[in-house]
Design a binder for this molecule. Structure first.
Ligand SMILES: [Cu+2]
Length: 263
């Protein structure tokens, strides 16, 4: 128990050091984490300056007599300063945001793995291409339903491209430990690449309030060795889950928990 307690204290401390972010598990998490910390440092510096000035003004100009102090109007240098300073702050944040954004949207022309992610009302379908997996020899998929949380398998240390597709409404593909999400928009080919850096199971969810069962749009991301990844794809072949994307078809399937419900 003590050991467990100390473990969780350690985890909590580290999470405090990351200012609330989970442990990073993808290559893109590094620039996004740096931007997050840097933004808080900038906000902290501005906060300390403002609180300091407030404290100084309160003490320095506290009421000493009943005489009304001299009133100031139209202090032009002051007004120019507090117009320009916010622009400078926004400019700096904008600059570092663009740098981080360009990094996380970088694309390898030939990623090791491409997964077509279909976000459908109200679950996810993951399609793996045979071109990336010659050992498997066919396209395979795994589709979730409203009552069955689907799994997404990814090989550790390999460049992965997510092609995001929706047959119905706007969803958002989010793996918090990857520090990155992107909207899944019907009729629009959104995609991004990242490299999972840590083996383990990570939570995934829909980050766009998309309708009645939005909260059911969970999935589990298994980051595994290449051998385990191939073995998993072969279990999909064994289950007959081969061929084209079946996201939209599965969207209408309700498992035991959701039976009889209408959309
Ligand atoms: Cu959704």
């Amino acid at each position: 128990m003590l050991f467990l307690a100390s473990c969780s204290i350690q985890d909590t401390t580290n999470e405090f050091q990351r200012l609330g972010l989970p442990e990073p598990a993808s290559s893109n998490a590094i620039p996004i984490g740096d931007l997050w910390i840097g933004t808080w440092i900038a906000a902290g510096a501005v906060g300390i300056l403002v609180w300091g000035l407030i404290g100084w003004a309160v003490l320095r100009y506290r009421r000493r007599s009943n005489l009304l102090p001299r009133q100031n109007r139209y202090n032009l240098p002051m007004e120019i300063m507090y117009t320009i300073v916010p622009f400078v702050i926004i400019g700096v944040l904008f600059y570092f945001t663009v740098i981080a954004q360009n990094k996380v949207l970088e694309r390898d022309p030939d990623p090791a793995v491409t997964v077509e992610v279909v976000g459908q009302k109200w679950s996810w379908t993951f399609n793996y291409k045979s071109a990336d997996n010659p050992d498997v020899g066919t396209d395979v998929y795994n589709a979730g339903t409203i009552s069955e949380t689907p799994d997404l398998y990814l090989p550790v240390g390999q460049r992965v491209q997510f092609d995001l597709r929706s047959p119905d409404v706007i969803h958002s593909f989010w793996v918090p430990a990857f520090y990155q999400k992107m909207d899944v928009v019907p009729g629009r080919d959104n995609s991004f690449q990242t490299t999972p850096t840590k083996e383990g199971v990570f939570a995934g969810k829909c980050a766009e309030l998309c309708g009645t069962y939005h909260s059911a749009m969970l999935f589990n991301v298994h980051v595994v060795s290449e051998a385990e990844y191939t073995a998993y794809l072969k279990t999909l072949v064994a289950k007959g889950q081969t061929g084209e994307a079946t996201g939209p078809a599965n969207a209408n399937k309700f498992g035991p928990a959701g039976e009889g419900q209408t959309r």
